[in-house]
Structure formats: C-alpha cells, structure tokens
Design a protein around this ligand. Structure first.
Ligand SMILES: [Zn+2]
Length: 166
C-alpha cells in the first residue's frame, strides 16, 4: 500500500531513518524471518522440554539479520547447548533469540536495526548440523510463531502473525 502524506512525508521518513528501519511504518514494525532456508523443526516437546522455536536449516554461513530492532546481548560458548547466541530486546517484554552461531558480529548493549547482521549460521552448542534456532518470547514465555516443517522461509518476509507491542 502506497500513501501520499503531504507535508508529513519528510518527518515520517526522518523518524524511520533514526530507527535504522526501511520501508513503510507498517512493514518496519513487523517481525520478519532472520534468514532464508528450510524449516527443520518447530513447536514440539522432547523429554518434557518445549522446543518452542523455529529451526531454519540448509544455510551454513549465511548472515542472520535481526527479526526486529532492539538492544543486543551476545554470548559466546556452550551456553547450555544454545552455543554462541544473540538475544534482541526491543524493551517491551519481547525478546528474539538466535542460537548456534558460527560467529557473532554484534556486542552486548549494542542497538541494532531490523535485518542488521547479528552473526553467521553455524552449529555451536547442541546441534546435529548447521542451522539457526530462532525463538520469540514475551516476559520469558515462548510464543508460537507460524511456520511449518519443510516450509521454505525467505529472509525479510513478514512472520505471518501479529504480536501486539512488537
Ligand atoms: Zn532449535
């Protein structure tokens, strides 16, 4: 949808620029897929533990972008099987997590824009192959995102759900 905003277009564009986002306001506020690839795992319980994430495979070494802008926290190491990981917090209770990076290119406390590169897909931590583990939480509770095993996801495509406040 394209709208003409006489007199205010410049101000709106400047606002988006400050946030480091692109596109229209509606697109910029949406959660988008952080990397392209095939969905290998989604929402399931294993030994009573909820996976609660979308695993995107077939993309070793691919650049992973932030699904939403926010403040990064980054951690290298085993991390209980999560491997090298990044968490992005928009500051409203929501967090997006990205696990198993080969390498991380953001630092804790750094403000990142939507689709800004966080790191590269790898297989650190407990994995059976290179993939990105991507999850969404609000106040620590995992939120189900719509994606199906075998589905091909395109980086930057809107996640087909709306999450109030994101
Ligand atoms: Zn996973």
């Amino acid at each position: 949808m394209r709208m003409t905003m006489k007199g205010t277009a410049g101000i709106a564009a400047a606002g988006l620029g400050l946030l480091g986002l692109s596109g229209t306001g509606a697109e910029a506020s949406a959660l988008v897929w952080p990397v392209s690839g095939n969905v290998s795992c989604t929402w399931y319980y294993s030994s009573g533990k909820l996976h609660g994430a979308v695993d995107i495979a077939g993309n070793s070494g691919a650049a992973v972008g932030a699904a939403r802008s926010g403040t990064a926290s980054a951690s290298w190491g085993w991390n209980g099987g999560d491997g090298n990981y990044v968490r992005i917090s928009p500051g409203n209770g929501y967090t997006t997590d990205y696990h198993h990076f080969r390498s991380i290119v953001v630092r804790s406390g750094q403000r990142v824009g939507q689709l800004q590169t966080l790191g590269y897909v790898g297989s650190t931590g407990m994995t059976t192959g290179a993939h990105l583990h991507f999850d969404l939480r609000r106040w620590g509770t995992k939120i189900k995102m719509t994606a199906y095993r075998g589905q091909y996801l395109r980086k930057g495509a809107k996640v087909p759900n709306s999450y109030p406040g994101l």
